[in-house]
Design a protein around this ligand. Structure first.
Ligand SMILES: Cc1ncc(COP(=O)(O)O)c(C=O)c1O
Ligand SMILES: [Zn+2]
Length: 415
């Protein structure tokens, strides 16, 4: 078996199948690879000649019958963030911009690409997800592209923009009167009672591998080197754990030189169980009831919370949380400096970066990558206050000059 579902705890290995927990000790299963063989066969030049998609790292993703999908998901820009860097006094700052991921404008397109490829392999006719919004958009779009029947289960109170986009695809949207954690429990029951491939439940080991491609791309786009520091938003804690796994794998297969990349986690204060665990320096994760406008990160009982905390601690990183006000202000800061419009999760990530700087946890000079994981059009209401006092003028040149000659206009930026 060149790839296996392996138990992190007892080491038991089984073939790839839709399963998430070890039959012997009930701990999570994880896909493992034959790194020696991959390292002997794969080099940077080969990868450079491949398609501009996350599947350029196919050897380090679950193997798919019939070959890697040709949907151009991933390979999003890594931007040298000079203006934000100047505002934060960080001369070596970069942004990994998954706000422009194909097809649904968030990093969740990556996890869905892997999960649905495997769902087809395993013969599922119906796929589904429990979602805080972005996953719903990604699943709706890609299930439609593949002609799969799909069901999207979401908390009833998500942002209207995310619900509208999901409802437009060829999918069934089910609003649930409860939190994400209630939705997740219902989805777990569905996998027992219905023959469904739920991407973040019974397909989770495959789904989560898709997140590694954020880490692979960052390294390749930096010229095959690891950053010194990376700041990652956390909900279930999967993305940050898999960025850590990706960095480790690149070292193992010899694509980058070994280096300790410090991994930092970002949450909203109204739902920060993983940040709290890291800050407690203990082992106890206390689930919370989310109370924040940052819906995409509102997971009160994170499935990979412990793993995320381990990833952060072992890398020499840290985790912080910020208020909703700080997150919303940071959406504007990023847009004003870099021309990147992010959803609430990106606001949290930028604001946490500012906080970590203030606390002295981040090295100001180091090569630092901020992961922007979703598009601002999805949470545009959060910044609607920026349009409230926009003036309307008569369609006359004199009205225009009167307005622009006023020094203090409502739309003058804050940077
Ligand atoms: C935009 C965005 N960023 C980050 C995350 C966090 O991902 P994870 O659940 O893997 O921690 C999510 C999860 O829904 C998200 O929607
Ligand atoms: Zn086990």
């Amino acid at each position: 078996m060149s790839q296996a579902l392996t138990c992190n705890t007892c080491g038991e290995r089984t073939e790839l199948k839709p399963d998430t927990v070890c039959p012997s000790c009930f701990n999570p299963l994880e896909i493992t690879y034959d790194y020696d063989t991959i390292g002997g066969q794969l080099d940077a030049e080969q990868i450079a000649g491949r398609s501009a998609s996350m599947w350029r790292y196919a050897e380090l993703l679950p193997e798919v019958n019939g070959g890697a999908p040709d949907t151009p998901v991933g390979w999003t820009p890594l931007i040298r963030a000079r203006r934000l860097g100047k505002a934060l006094n960080m001369p070596n700052l970069y942004i990994k911009n998954d706000a422009v991921n194909f097809p649904s404008l968030s990093f969740k397109d990556r996890v869905v690409s892997v999960a649905l490829a495997k769902a087809v392999d395993f013969g599922f006719r119906t796929v589904g997800c429990a979602s805080t919004g972005n996953l719903a958009n990604a699943l709706g779009a890609q299930a439609t592209m593949l002609g799969l029947r799909s069901v999207i289960l979401i908390p009833h109170d998500l942002e209207q923009q995310k619900i509208s986009a999901s409802a437009c695809y060829n999918t069934q949207v089910v609003k649930v009167n409860g939190t994400y954690d209630d939705v997740n429990r219902l989805c777990t029951e569905l996998t027992y009672r219905e023959n469904m491939g739920i991407v973040n439940v019974n397909l989770r080991p495959f789904y989560s591998e898709g997140s590694k491609t954020v880490g692979f791309e960052i390294a390749e786009q930096l010229g095959w080197r690891l950053p010194d520091q990376v700041v990652v938003p956390m909900a279930g804690g999967s993305l940050i754990s898999k960025v850590g796994k990706a960095f480790g794998e690149l070292v193992q297969v010899g694509l980058v030189r070994e280096k300790q990349a410090a991994i930092f986690g970002a949450q909203a204060t109204g739902c920060a169980p993983i940040a709290a665990l890291v800050k407690s320096r203990g082992e106890e994760l206390t689930p919370v009831k989310p109370d924040t406008v940052v819906k995409s990160l509102s997971i009160g009982a994170p499935a990979d919370g412990h793993r995320a905390a381990r990833t952060i601690r072992s890398s020499g990183g840290w985790a912080e949380d910020v208020s909703d006000e700080e997150a919303v202000a940071a959406i504007s800061l990023l847009a004003e400096t870099e021309g990147i419009f992010t959803e609430a999760a990106g606001g949290v990530t930028v604001a946490v970066t500012q906080k970590l700087l203030k606390l002295g946890k981040l090295d100001q000079e180091a090569v630092t990558v901020i992961c922007i994981t979703g598009n601002g059009l999805k949470t545009a209401d959060l910044v609607a206050h920026r349009t409230e006092r926009l003036p309307v003028i008569e369609p006359k040149y004199s009205s225009y000059t009167t307005l622009v000659n006023q020094k203090e206009t409502a739309y003058a930026g804050t940077v």
